[in-house]
Design a protein around this ligand. Structure first.
Ligand code: NAD
Length: 249
């Protein structure tokens, strides 16, 4: 029970990495508040994972985030997982696409951190060891990928945001790290493959860039989430932690 006694909130926990992480954290004894903009996904999660607490939350809605922080107890862990993959180069990214990705992938993390950090600081002052985990990607300041222009911009910004928060609050007992997965088999990846002009070739291309010869599963990623939210990682802060199957060797 590596997370026993901890109260964690996860955004975008309705499917994919967020969902698998919520289940992994619950198994490790945490009280998990799984949030997502889609109530249908949360209903299914609550049914399939008894003991999971769920609450709809649109991280693009500032008043909803503030209201959520007001009603919930102070957190021991915040996993900002919500994010969207825009496909294309700078020439394919108009102002609306830029604004949408920056809002969902970066500003939402600024927003949730401002809302939940005061409670986490109170907990730290009482001897707890709260942690924030932000979802970045190997496609970021770490490595450029074709057709991931604004996605790479946002995930690089997540790493900067993470390091700034880590630096400001390290002496007050808060850790903040970023998680940088490789390509993970999730519903949105399947959708991107299905939308490609040649889906079979698109899947082959995703696999070809993975030196291990396969995509990650969500369960390749969730153990790192458990570790970074647990006290086992108590000396780790401000890091962009890669779980990429060797892409960036
Ligand atoms: P996904 O894209 O399949 O699902 C995303 C979830 O986010 C959905 O449940 C959706 O309802 C929710 N969501 C969308 N907008 C929201 C909002 N405004 N507020 C709250 N929830 C919202 O899941 P995934 O592929 O596991 O991606 C999760 C995160 O992991 C993203 O930040 C993504 O960029 C990152 N990531 C994914 C991969 C990958 O290959 N799948 C690789 C690296 C990083």
């Amino acid at each position: 029970m590596r997370l026993k006694g901890k109260t964690l909130l996860i955004t975008a926990a309705g499917q994919g990495i967020g969902r698998a992480s919520a289940i992994a954290c619950l198994r490790e004894g945490a009280r998990v508040i799984a949030t997502d903009v889609r109530a249908d996904l949360l209903d299914r999660l609550a049914t399939e994972a008894p003991g999971m607490l769920t609450s709809t939350l649109d991280v693009r809605d500032p008043s909803a985030v503030e209201a959520c922080a007001r009603v919930l107890p102070p957190l021991d862990g915040l996993f900002n997982c919500a994010g969207f993959v825009h496909e294309g180069s700078v020439l394919d990214c108009d102002e609306a696409a830029w604004d949408f990705s920056l809002e969902l992938n970066v500003k939402s993390m600024y927003r949730t951190t401002r809302a939940f950090l005061p409670g986490m600081l109170d907990k730290a002052a009482q001897g707890a060891s709260p942690a924030i985990l932000n979802m970045a990607s190997m496609a970021s300041s770490i490595k450029g990928f074709p057709n991931r222009f604004v996605y790479g911009v946002t995930k690089a910004a997540v790493i900067g945001l993470t390091k700034s928060i880590a630096a400001d609050f390290v002496a007050r007992g808060i850790r903040c790290n970023a998680l940088c997965p490789g390509t993970v088999d999730t519903p949105s990846l399947r959708q991107r493959i299905a939308n490609a002009p040649d889906p079979v070739q698109a899947e082959k291309n995703f696999i070809a860039r993975q030196p291990m010869g396969r995509l990650a599963t969500v369960d390749d990623i969730s153990p790192m989430v458990v570790y970074l939210l647990s006290d086992e990682s108590r000396f780790v802060t401000g890091q962009a932690v890669l779980v990429d199957g060797g892409v960036t060797i």
